[in-house]
Design a protein around this ligand. Structure first.
Ligand SMILES: CC(C)(COP(=O)(O)OP(=O)(O)OC[C@H]1O[C@@H](n2cnc3c(N)ncnc32)[C@H](O)[C@@H]1OP(=O)(O)O)[C@@H](O)C(=O)NCCC(=O)NCCS
Length: 157
């Protein structure tokens, strides 16, 4: 494995469109409708918001690139949630690449980037039925609270 944190170029957004449109990849999101459309006409604004004008440390978004095969395998992100006053993390690995350690490695790369950018702690709101909670606990997150819908996990960086 040679996992690289890669800043997508606008012409790389086909991968995000494919990732979010893949039913198997997005089944974890079934409570909120599963796949998410990310059509070309939304991509310029999205790119501007997440990659160009990311408001200092408010938004961070990268692809995970497997350097050995030169293939994109997933995405990592965090953003500052102004309402909650906390940083929230996101990670998605394309379904066909799961179970090979990319999730844990990608999450550790995300935590490293967040720490380098000055985040002191990071949270994730995980759907209550999402088995990926195990990965977060493996990586040193602790459960802050749970509701019937989500488990909120937190890690000090
Ligand atoms: C969560 C996710 C990123 C894990 O990716 P991955 O590449 O399969 O993760 P890894 O191979 O590094 O495995 C990490 C650990 O978590 C466990 N795990 C991760 N996802 C799991 C799942 N869906 N079901 C059961 N166990 C899972 C693995 O068993 C492994 O633990 P172990 O090493 O103790 O056995 C991937 O399943 C995914 O993209 N899910 C959809 C998005 C999501 O749920 N993101 C998290 C909330 S933002």
């Amino acid at each position: 494995m040679n996992l690289i944190v890669y800043t997508p170029k606008i012409e790389d957004l086909w991968f995000r469109e494919m990732l979010l449109g893949d039913p198997e990849t997005m089944s974890y999101n079934s409570a909120w409708g599963g796949t998410i459309p990310f059509p070309k006409e939304k991509q310029n604004d999205w790119y501007d918001f997440w990659i160009i004008n990311h408001d200092g440390n408010d938004r961070f978004y990268r692809y995970l690139l497997e350097g050995n095969s030169n293939e994109f395998v997933g995405e990592i992100a965090y953003h500052f949630d102004k309402q909650k006053g906390i940083y929230l993390a996101n990670i998605i690995i394309l379904a066909k690449y799961r179970g090979k350690g990319y999730g844990e490695k990608g999450l550790s790369l995300l935590l490293q980037a967040a720490k380098e950018n000055g985040c002191l702690e990071i949270y994730d709101a995980i759907a209550a039925d999402n088995p990926s909670i195990k990965m977060f606990l493996n990586m040193g997150f602790a459960i802050e609270y749970s509701t019937k819908d989500i488990v909120m996990v937190r890690k000090v960086l």
